[in-house]
Structures are given as C-alpha cells and as structure tokens.
Design a protein around this ligand. Sequence first.
Ligand code: RNT
Ligand code: ZN
Length: 411
Amino acid sequence: MSRYDEAKSIYASMGVDTDEAIKTLSDVVISVHCWQGDDVAGFDSAEALSGGIQATGNYPGKARTPEELMQDIDEAFSLIPGKKKLNLHACYAFSDEPLPGRDKIEPKHFEKWAQFAKERNIGVDFNPTFFSHPMVKDNLTLSSPDESVRRYWIDHGKACIKISEYFANETGYPCVMNIWIPDGYKDVPADRLGPRRRFKESLDEILSIPYDKSKVFVTLESKVFGIGLESYTVGSAEFCLSYSTKAGIVPLMDNGHYHPTEVVSDKISSLLLFNDKIALHVTRPVRWDSDHVVLFDDETREIAKEIVRNDALDRVFIATDYFDASINRISAWVTGVRSVQKALLYALLQPEELKKAQDSADFTSLMVMQEELKTAPFGDVWNEYLEVSGTAKDYLGEVKKYEKEVTVNRI
Ligand code: RNT
Ligand code: ZN
C-alpha cells in the first residue's frame, strides 16, 4: 500500500474523500502577484517605492527588466501546481515607444503582457498604481484637495478599467481590477470627512465609464495604516465596505490591513452573506503589515477553511500579496502560493461531522476531532496532489540551480 493509499483510507474513515479534495483543489485559481519578483519596483518610473509600504532586504538577483521578470515568473509558475493567474500592476507597463503618463496609458502598453498570458493560457488581473510616482502629492492621490492631482489619478483609474477589459478580451478570462490607494496622514487630521468625500467622488467618476461587468470585476481594498501614515487612512475598512456595497463592486480584504488581533478569517462569512463575490489578498503580517511570505500557518488555514466550509470557492477571488526581498524571490513566490494551496487542501479534508458537532453543542467532540485532524496524514495527500499535477515536490534544489545559473549573474 502506498503512503497515499493509506492516507486515503484514514481520511475515508472520517468520511472524507481525498481524491475528490484533490480534484476540487486543481480547479482553484490563485492570482499570483508579479511584484514579488522585483520588490514592487515596476518599469514605468525610477521613483522609489512609496505609499507606506516597504520591501525589506537586499537579496541578490531581483528582476531588473520585463524579460527577466517574465523569465522568473515562468520559473516560479513551473514549481507551483494548479491553476494560476498573473496579477499585474499598472507600473509594470512597458513598450518600445516611450510611455505616456499614468493618466494616459493604454492597452497597447500592455500588449506584451497580454501576449505572455495568452501563450501560457492564463488570465490576468490588474491594479492601477497609485504610489511610487511624482503625482502623489502630500501622500494623497484620489482624495487630494489639489484638483489637478485628483484629476490625474481619476484618469489613471479610468485608463486602467479599459486596460482590464482589454486583458479580459485578449485572454478570455475575466479580469479582477483592484483599487487600493495609500492616501492618509501621519498625524492627527483636522478633517477626516473631506478626503473621504473626495475619494468617494473620485471612485464614482472612475466607475462611471462603461465597462463589461461580466468581464471586469472591480474590487476595493481597505487598509488601517501605512508607514508614515499612521494616524489616518482615507480608504479605511468602513469606507471601503460601505462604498463597495453601495456601488455594487467587490470588497477586498488584505489580511495585513487590520489591527493585529483582528482576523480576516472571521470576517469572510459576514461578507459572503452580503456580497455575491468577495476578494482576498493573502499575506502574512508579522506585528504590522509587513507582507512576509505566506506560510501554512494557523490563520492561513483558517481563511481557507472559511472559503471551503462556506462552499464559496467560486465566489472568492484569491490573490497573494507579499514582497520579501531578504530571501530568494522565486522561492518566496513558490512557498507563499503553495502555502495558500496547502491551506485549501487542508480545509477540503475536513469532515462534515465538525459542523454537526457544533450544532448539537458537542464541543467535546469538536475539539477532539479538530485536534486529531492536525496530525492526520495530510502531507501524503499534498504530495499526491503535486504528483498528479506534475509538479516537483522539492523545489529548493531547482530554485538554487536557477539562482546559480540565472539570477546570480544579475549584478
Ligand atoms: C498595500 C496593499 C496593496 C499593495 C499592492 C502592491 O498595503 O496591500 O495591495 O500591496 O498593490
Ligand atoms: Zn494588498
């Protein structure tokens, strides 16, 4: 009997079908962020990373050009099982001609990315880039009191909706377009309402352009604070949730964007009750929104459990969002995305019995069963998944080889 067969029968005795779980997992799409490959630098400006986010570390070998980034994405994707999408930011535009300002970018500046995606038969998700740019004035974009600044970023948002629609049309897969602005204040503001009102009006204007809502899903990501923006964030949780509901767009929760004792896993069910679709940025906040590589840890498992238990795999857009510059970046990609997938598989291997135990107030059984599951032969099922998806189990050797042959030469 193989280890998988043995695991299969152990799970079967709990009423869990491991083959079915593997099959379900292989259809789940994870949107993989491109920005782990170059520490959120992008190609459209020489500006330093701003917006209150930070990639720390100086590990050699980061991608410096579109070609290098594409090569690294290919390498990472070859080591990640299952279905993937590529999540791009507007600052990753590049073309043979000089680029216009972000307020005037067009689909043609993303032609090569569309081609890249088509050749690999993957979808593309997209993000307007409201940071790392000279038009960010006093840490404000869509909420700026300076009309020319606000106008510039509204035009950027509109341009990005068209680019998102282009990606959807080109690839044949819907495009999730996420709006996140860094706007905020370091210290106690005198007016909290004004910036939020301007942000609301800006969003209204961006969303007023016609677009195909079956192809482009606009999401809005909230945040609690950024570095240098500790006292006030325009796009707070309350703002973004209220706005999404009212405007009929999709709320996005990044699990690094809440107070440290708040957990996104507990928020998912509420949002599922009131939204058709919701979106997630899966990250690992250590003490703050540090964007560490996602691990197979308690909260990642709990997030996955809430998606699976609530039968919402087709209602949740799952994307990764982290940027660690202190370790091999390919490895960071692979470890993080595999951790999300592991967590989903772990959730798919939980018996229905657990819910029944809760409803019959049998908390003794519930605790015992949940604890038993932690030491069930999960690893053997995960390895079987890698096997059937044709993905190497041990990626460390391959990552080191690629580092030696490719990235180490980037000085
Ligand atoms: C920042 C947000 C946002 C960014 C990316 C680069 O706090 O999480 O999603 O990380 O857009
Ligand atoms: Zn995010």
